[in-house]
Design a protein around this ligand. Structure first.
Ligand SMILES: [Ca+2]
Length: 465
């Protein structure tokens, strides 16, 4: 059924009106440039200034959008570490999102001796953070960008926290994960550059829920890119670790601290489809050897000299990722595109290795994405493909073998319309509805061959306002 743009607009208004009536959580904004901590924080124009203050007002299920800028002690009066879930109020399932991404949204530790920039604790179960760059830490061992968990008691546990689409630059460790009393944290689609210690270090303990470390690109780590610490003398025994699809590139690891290192027997660990290349030592295990799915090949980055860590279209890492758990691929890659995309068009979407998923379709948006404006969606796909556009109010959340990353939640999906047998530009008039201001919307375009035999769900565009 073809729906006209007017039907879309009507549906948009209806949908947003209905959802606002049922809203029980709040959305806050933080703006290093124009914000003020004496503001109410509930719109972009009344944004807070510091992340520290903005995080302190979050309650269970709330969302915080961090707008572009440099956040630091000197610029926005941050207080490190910024605690999430330290109490007294419950901050489970809060979402901390920098929608414009980590190149322009920066939490700067200014080379001072703070233990970490952010720390998630036991009252932030299921919290998510994405799109932020954390940079310029110290040379002190175990200092890090984000700390998850501890060996010091349950109140320090990090549980089911998700860190994705972030950058960790010039720190000691990127992320420290200790799993006492917690675990289940997911660290994926992040880019780690030139950290002096580890990219991600995981210290497991009995009874924990393990850790998922996947689709990260870790460049120039001074020690291991991914380090799984097992020491029976200390009781550090990871129950579960899923370490897949990571790139460890040109690390300076020496001796036992190889690029991807584990002192554990292979059995509790799923260790598949990683690529360690150009490190002093690429793989090292205390027992066993990595399976053949783990590669040692040049990833063929687009242009490292210009900081472009995407994969070239002839990279040997395309369609080589681990495919046994499609639930890992429901969020965008570091660059905002689908993290699961059927590049070779064989009807079977397979993830690439690293934080970039190579795609041959492209949806771009021109015009001003604001109420009362008309925007144009421009489509670029293979010859003979048509484009179908979806909108959603949330992150996509599902990876489907035959399709790729997909917006799954029908209650949050806005009406869509078929463009017909082409990939021509599509104009979308946005309603002049004040309730739309501050509401984040996703657009996803699905490209399909006219005979529907090949479908590529790509180009998750994360747009706002
Ligand atoms: Ca792919």
């Amino acid at each position: 059924m073809r729906k006209t743009p007017m039907a879309l607009v009507f549906g948009l208004s209806l949908f947003l009106g209905g959802s606002l009536a049922a809203q029980t959580t709040y959305t806050y904004w933080c703006d290093a440039v124009n914000g003020n901590d004496t503001n109410g924080g509930t719109s972009p124009k009344t944004a807070f200034k510091s992340i520290t203050h903005a995080v302190s007002v979050l309650r269970k299920g709330d969302t915080l959008y961090i707008l572009p800028g440099v956040y630091s002690v000197s610029k926005t009066k941050e207080k490190f570490p910024i605690y999430v879930g330290a109490g007294p109020m419950n901050q489970d399932k809060v979402k901390i999102i920098a929608p414009y991404g980590p190149k322009v949204t920066i939490l700067d530790m200014e080379n001072k001796t703070y233990f970490s920039a952010l720390r998630f604790r036991d009252l932030a179960k299921g919290a998510k953070i994405s799109g932020l760059q954390i940079r310029n830490g110290t040379s002190v061992s175990w200092h890090c960008g984000i700390r998850l968990g501890s060996a010091s008691g349950a109140q320090w546990a990090a549980i089911d926290v998700e860190v994705f689409d972030c950058m960790f630059v010039n720190l000691y460790n990127g992320i420290d994960v200790w799993s006492n009393g917690g675990g289940g944290c997911r660290i994926h689609d992040n880019l780690f550059l030139n950290n002096k210690g580890f990219g991600v270090v995981f210290v497991g303990t009995p009874g924990n829920k393990g850790v998922y470390i996947y689709n990260n690109t870790i460049v120039g780590a001074g020690k291991a890119a991914v380090y799984i610490w097992y020491d029976p003398n200390y009781g550090f025994i990871p129950d579960k670790a899923v370490i897949v699809n990571n790139i460890a590139y040109k690390g300076a690891a020496s001796g036992f601290q190889s690029a991807v290192y584990s002192r554990i027997h292979m059995k509790p660990i799923t260790f598949e489809s990683n690529d360690a290349f150009g490190n002093n030592f690429n793989y090292k295990f205390s027992a066993g050897t990595p399976s053949a799915s783990n590669l040692t090949v040049d990833p063929l980055f687009v242009d490292p000299s210009k900081g472009d860590w995407r994969l070239k279209t002839n990279s040997p890492l395309i369609e080589k990722g681990w495919i046994k758990d499609y639930s890992l691929y429901g969020t965008p890659d570091l660059y905002g595109n689908a993290s699961l995309f059927d590049y070779n068009g064989d009807g079977f979407a397979q993830p690439d290795i690293g934080c970039h998923e190579v795609s041959d379709v492209l949806t771009t948006l021109s015009g001003k994405w604001a109420i009362g404006q008309t925007v144009t969606l421009n489509h670029k796909g293979p010859a003979g493909f048509m484009a179908i556009d979806f909108m959603s109010r949330t992150y996509p959340g599902m990876g489907l073998p035959l399709l790729g990353s997909f917006i799954p939640d029908p209650l949050r999906m806005l009406p869509f319309y078929l463009m017909g047998g082409s990939t021509a530009p599509q104009k979308i008039p946005l309603p002049n509805n004040p309730y739309l201001v501050g509401v984040p919307l996703y657009i996803q375009t699905i490209y399909t061959r006219v005979d529907l035999k090949v479908v590529k769900a790509g180009n998750l565009l994360f747009e706002l306002f």
